[in-house]
Design a protein around this ligand. Sequence first.
Ligand SMILES: [Mn+2]
Length: 270
Amino acid sequence: MKPVTYRSIWISDAHLGLKASRTEYLYDFLSHTESEYLYLVGDIIDIWKIKRGWYWPEINNRIVRLVFEKASRGTHVIYVPGNHDEFFRDYNDLYFSGIQIKLRAEHVTEDGKRLLILHGDEFDAITLNNKWIAKLGSEAYDLLIIMNHWFNWVRRKLGFGYWSLSKHIKNKVKEAVNYISNFEEAVTHAARQHNADGVVCGHIHHAVITDYDGINYANCGDWVESCTALAEEEDGKLRLIHWLEESADLIDGVQQHEDRNRDRCMVTAN
Ligand SMILES: [Mn+2]
């Protein structure tokens, strides 16, 4: 099968090292697509999880190898670290085997739009206090980003994991809805400050392409639940890829495999 070609692809929140990570789908996606640019928008490797207990199946190595192969074949691979792989944040601008690490990246689409690329965890604090912070303006935004950074730095030094607001309120539906829209507004605000036309981020595991007062907001989602990616077509247009739907063949295969396993479990249980 010939790979589908895009100008750019963005993926985030693969959380390799987490048992729940849907690595088979991610490998399948990466091997069926090609692009000039490949952005890894944070939380690709879940270093927090790995520190608490090593879980690294062979498929994870295949994914990592495939990304390096793409880089060696000429794909520009840009790694924008997130909070779960913040280890790489100490290596801003490092260029390693064709992969460039960037705390924040900028991408210009084929039709000339400037996109700011960031993971998004620094907006957790802002989102919590969005109402009064909105009144204070952009300096308070910047201050809160710095505070959030140090707050989590101290937590890390004390041996605690990153405290994520999105995870904290995930099960409270109404708050979660507010959280998502607050997050999206805060991130778009940052894009506006950078005079960008749009922003691409991850972090909250909620894939969407939308618009906030003329600023394009795109979130590439995750590979723990939704298996989504963001892509730029050859003409510069952005689109979301829902790989579970677009790879129906594979799903059938996996489903059959799961059915077989279930039958086997039932036999054992009996
Ligand atoms: Mn994150």
